[in-house]
Unconditional design. Structure first.
Length: 156
């Protein structure tokens, strides 16, 4: 087997594992073990151009990473912002934004303050994000949560 075939075979296996972990075709996609941010990006085929169709929009996801303490934006701390969000990061330098959309997001940020440096597990839904850059456009993603109970902590 050539090096290229081995690489493609490895990528195919990673995509299969990511798809299996996501619970494809299952309404209980978040009942499986959480994915890494890297596995989520592979599953979603990112980066990709904005005009590429996506099949993962709105799907449930369980993903884990470390809370980025410099990227936690809540209205209690930053009342001038029109949004509230926080960011997870992984050891590869990948980042994933999480956007709470609860009636009162204070419960989300209070829960996050319980363990700011450990692993965080988010059970939410995938939303595509278009990121224009000059004449081109790249597609990204964010995770939306509707309740503080969609946040858990991973043992270190």
């Amino acid at each position: 087997m050539s090096a290229m075939q081995m690489k493609l075979s490895g990528i195919g296996l990673m995509c299969w594992v990511a798809a299996f972990t996501m619970g494809m075709g299952s309404s209980q996609g978040t009942s499986h073990a959480p994915m890494s941010i890297e596995a989520l990006f592979i599953y979603c085929g990112l980066p990709r151009s904005c005009d590429a169709p996506v099949s993962w929009e709105g799907r449930p996801v369980s993903v884990w990473g470390r809370l980025d303490p410099l990227n936690i934006f809540d209205r209690q701390t930053y009342p001038q912002l029109p949004y509230e969000k926080f960011r997870l990061v992984d050891s590869s330098g990948r980042a994933l934004e999480v956007w709470p959309q609860t009636k009162d997001n204070r419960t989300v940020f209070t829960k996050l303050a319980q363990k700011p440096s450990g692993g965080v597990v988010i059970n939410g839904r995938l939303v595509s994000v278009e990121m224009p850059a000059g004449a081109s456009c790249k597609l990204g993603l964010k995770v939306v949560i509707d309740d503080a109970d969609q946040i858990g902590f991973k043992a270190d």
